[in-house]
Design a binder for this molecule. Structure first.
Ligand code: CA
Length: 229
């Protein structure tokens, strides 16, 4: 369903609420990370670099607001959308929530369906291919819905791994991806694959994209990884 895995981090101290959310998000095809406390969340955010964070306001230890503030003041994490959950309904709290830079705000008790819709709204902004949006880079076009790739209007046949690789690259042209990041994104964190496998598949993708001519759009960045453009 998703051309490239989207990872959602759930930060919620109540096990039953966390489980319900995790169950429903997994059923929609998302990869998940879960944290019970703010401290755990901060460590996980660094490790996993989730695509969206669902953050409970009331947490033991470091509060949800403080976590949000730290995410939004760190240049490495400030672009990760944060959806705040809270049982409070006062307008002042709502404003405070948004002032910390939260991208969205959902009141408890919430409908899981509605929350998942909000997650998709955030993904549409930061991971457009994962929600089916047509993406283009120069003369290359990728349609996640039909799994079709064209270059200069010629259809390019790609294997599933090469397709997910290109989807990852084309969402963020210019971004340099390390081999480990590509492994997480394209193969998933649960799968053991050697980093050299990444080189093999990038090689295949390059060959496919240049089949009908045109320059190689993928850049090898020495000691760092790969980038599109
Ligand atoms: Ca809580």
């Amino acid at each position: 369903m998703c051309p490239a895995n989207s990872t959602i981090l759930i930060v919620e101290d109540e096990p039953s609420q966390r489980e319900v959310l995790a169950y429903n998000l997994a059923a929609e095809g998302f990869s998940l990370s879960e944290a019970e406390t703010g401290d755990d969340a901060l460590i996980l955010i660094d490790e996993v670099m989730p695509d969206v964070i669902i953050l409970d306001w009331m947490l033991p230890g470091v509060s949800g607001i403080e976590i949000c503030r730290r995410i939004k003041t760190n240049p490495a994490t400030r672009d990760i959308p944060v959806i705040m959950l809270t049982a409070r309904s006062e307008e002042t709290d709502r404003v405070r929530g948004l002032e910390t830079g939260a991208d969205d705000y959902v009141l408890k008790p919430y409908s899981v369906k509605e929350l998942i819709a909000r997650v998709r709204t955030q993904l549409r902004r930061v991971r457009p291919a994962s929600v089916g949006q047509l993406l283009e880079f120069e003369d290359i076009a990728l349609d996640p819905e039909s799994h079709r790739v064209t270059r200069a209007d010629q259809q390019i046949a790609l294997g599933p791994t090469e397709f997910r690789l290109l989807a990852t690259f084309i969402e963020k042209p210019g971004r340099v991806w390390s081999r480990d990041q590509l492994l997480d994104r394209v193969w998933g964190r649960e799968v053991y694959v050697d980093t050299r496998t990444v080189d093999v598949h990038v090689g295949r993708l390059r060959k496919a994209l240049c089949r009908f001519g045109g320059s190689d759009p993928i850049r090898t960045v020495r000691g760092a990884g790969y980038a599109l453009g």
